[in-house]
Design a protein around this ligand. Structure first.
Ligand SMILES: [Zn+2]
Length: 151
């Protein structure tokens, strides 16, 4: 899923479970669970290929805009500090995957990337747009609702 969805679900976990030892691992695990849900997301093929052309910068900016959007929404909801930490934890697997694009020979990063890829049960092209909007939108709405309800 897009980073904004991960950040909001992580934030919701942090807001709901006010114990860091529980919330942070759950937020981390939520990333893989959400990625197993059928969804679509923007392409990062240029990021994956490494810095070769301006496409890398365009995709990197898209990732930062996505992350900034998630945290802007999260911060606007004035959640407890643990929700912000959990938001970062929920986004972390994508950051680790990005790191694996830059450090291809690292076995741990490669194993995480392979697991991360396998957890996507459907390829992006197989997911109908309506279903993709429904799952992505639901993640955002559930995240926002839980954060507001827990506050
Ligand atoms: Zn992911």
């Amino acid at each position: 899923m897009i980073l904004a969805s991960h950040v909001l679900i992580g934030g919701a976990i942090g807001a709901a479970f006010r114990e860091p030892a529980l919330a942070i691992p759950l937020a981390l695990a939520s990333h893989y669970l959400l990625d197993a849900v059928p969804h679509r997301e923007y392409r990062i093929a240029r990021l994956e290929a490494g810095f070769r052309d301006h496409g890398f910068i365009v995709e990197l900016l898209a990732v930062f805009a996505d992350l900034a959007l998630g945290f802007a929404i999260l911060l606007a909801l004035a959640p407890p500090p643990l929700a912000i930490v959990a938001g970062f934890a929920a986004a972390l697997p994508d950051a680790v995957t990005f790191l694996s694009f830059l450090m291809r020979e690292n076995g741990i990063l490669r194993a995480q990337r392979a697991f991360h890829r396998r957890i996507h049960l459907m390829r992006r092209e197989q997911v109908p747009w309506l279903l993709a909007l429904l799952t992505q939108g639901s993640a955002v709405l559930v995240g926002v609702f839980v954060i507001l309800a827990a506050g």
